[in-house]
Ligand binder design. Structure first.
Ligand SMILES: CC(C)(COP(=O)(O)OP(=O)(O)OC[C@H]1O[C@@H](n2cnc3c(N)ncnc32)[C@H](O)[C@@H]1OP(=O)(O)O)[C@@H](O)C(=O)NCCC(=O)NCCS
Length: 164
């Protein structure tokens, strides 16, 4: 299994993986729309001969602390045949390392605390933010000391507004 930047030839397979993993097209449409809008700041594919999984990140605007470089992890999916083999964890760890090296301060995710807690994501840190997704599934991870100071209202990429 290898991880590399998504290539344009991956998109059909990526769309299919999201639909199969989630059993609906909302997440597949989200990642496609963000791609078409130019809003993906990091898009990685895990390969096992064919694409087996994908992870996407988009910008998050922090209105009260604009000096903090923040992003959103969403979506993430592994093709059903490849789940629970560590590929999702590898994609998350690899991408967080890249984001840290690129100078990002904060990552926000909406998901299962049981899964994301293992990477250091914490609902408590996210409680200081004002988002459309506030609640126990919203978690944040500071990649720098500066990231710990994030607070207040945020704006997600445009495509999130089209989610139900
Ligand atoms: C969730 C998902 C990305 C995890 O990737 P993966 O490669 O299957 O998982 P890993 O091998 O890295 O880790 C396995 C762990 O994830 C847990 N896990 C798998 N799917 C999960 C889910 N939907 N919710 C919570 N935990 C999940 C497993 O129980 C296992 O936990 P354990 O280590 O405590 O036993 C993948 O299963 C998937 O695409 N699921 C469907 C889509 C989805 O729910 N995406 C999450 C977006 S927020």
């Amino acid at each position: 299994m290898t991880i590399r930047l998504e290539e344009s030839t991956d998109w059909q397979a990526i769309y299919t993986i999201y639909v199969a993993a989630f059993g609906q097209s909302a997440e597949a449409d989200l990642v496609r729309n963000m791609h078409n809008d130019g809003d993906l700041l990091l898009s990685l594919t895990a390969y096992n001969d064919d694409p087996a999984g994908h992870i996407a990140y988009s910008h998050l605007v922090l209105h009260q602390t604009p000096g903090i470089r923040a992003c959103v992890l969403a979506p993430l999916a592994i093709a059903p045949a490849f789940q629970k083999q560590g590929i999702g964890a590898a994609l998350v760890r690899h991408s967080l390392k890249r984001l840290t090296e690129s100078g990002y301060d904060l990552v926000v995710v909406l998901g299962e605390p049981h899964y994301y807690g293992r990477f250091g994501f914490d609902p408590k840190l996210a409680e200081k933010l004002k988002t459309p997704y506030d609640g126990p599934y919203l978690q944040a991870l500071a990649l720098s000391d500066r990231g710990k100071g994030a607070n207040g209202p945020v704006s997600y990429a445009r495509a999130f507004a089209e989610l139900n």
